[in-house]
Design a binder for this molecule. Structure first.
Ligand code: ADP
Length: 192
């Protein structure tokens, strides 16, 4: 039975390590499921241990990694799945390439810039890597010793240094509602 919300989409998080991509994915996925959306998550770390095992962090390998995620997202999104991608995806050109491919297949690409200043990330240091990178002990660390290109016109920007998780998650859900990709909370009709 159709509730009119079967259009697939890709919610594409981009942002530095520790900015909040995984946390927001964990906050949003159950909410989407509760609203009747079929959800699949492509988490950056998980993809690197499965789909992209063996790839490193050169520009070339990073691009291959993101193109693979984009390819899987495209296959899922065009079949009505709400895909969440949570990978750093540092290069604008590759994100835009993925966007074009997904939109070409009739699904929406919703780019979310997960922003947090470096000094706050270094303080959080979720994985203990910023201190090393800032001390010059880690080459090729995104945002410190490797490039990160912020989106020019993201659908949503969340400022995770000053928003609670619930507020950032709500901003993203509102954008999906505004685009007609998910029903409003509590609005899922039973048809009764
Ligand atoms: P990433 O997946 O981008 O590497 P994580 O989600 O693993 O980042 O870590 C983000 C950290 O920031 C977590 O400890 C989380 O609790 C914290 N945090 C604080 N505010 C927010 C917010 N508004 N959104 C997401 N994470 C936040």
């Amino acid at each position: 039975m159709s509730n009119g919300y079967e259009k697939g989409f890709t919610l594409w998080f981009t942002g530095l390590s520790g900015a909040g991509k995984t946390t927001l994915t964990a906050a949003i996925a159950p909410e989407l499921k509760a609203r009747g959306v079929k959800v699949e998550i492509l988490d950056g770390d998980e993809v690197r241990t499965n789909l992209s095992k063996g790839l490193g962090f050169s520009k070339e390998d990073r691009d291959i990694n993101i193109r693979r995620i984009g390819y899987v997202a495209r296959l899922l999104a065009r079949n009505g799945v709400g895909v969440i991608s949570a990978a750093i995806s540092p290069y604008r050109e590759i994100r835009d390439e993925v966007r074009t491919a997904i939109e070409h297949d009739g699904a929406e690409f919703v780019e979310v810039f997960v922003h947090c200043p470096i000094d706050v990330l270094a303080e959080r240091d979720v994985k203990g890597l910023y201190k090393k990178a800032l001390a010059g002990e880690l080459q090729g660390f995104t945002g410190v010793s490797d490039p990160y290109e912020p989106p020019v016109n993201p659908a949503v920007t969340v400022e995770t240094d000053r928003e609670p998780v619930a507020e950032s998650a709500a901003k993203i859900l509102r954008e999906l509602e505004r685009r007609g990709l998910i029903p409003a909370a509590g609005a899922r009709g039973s048809g009764a």
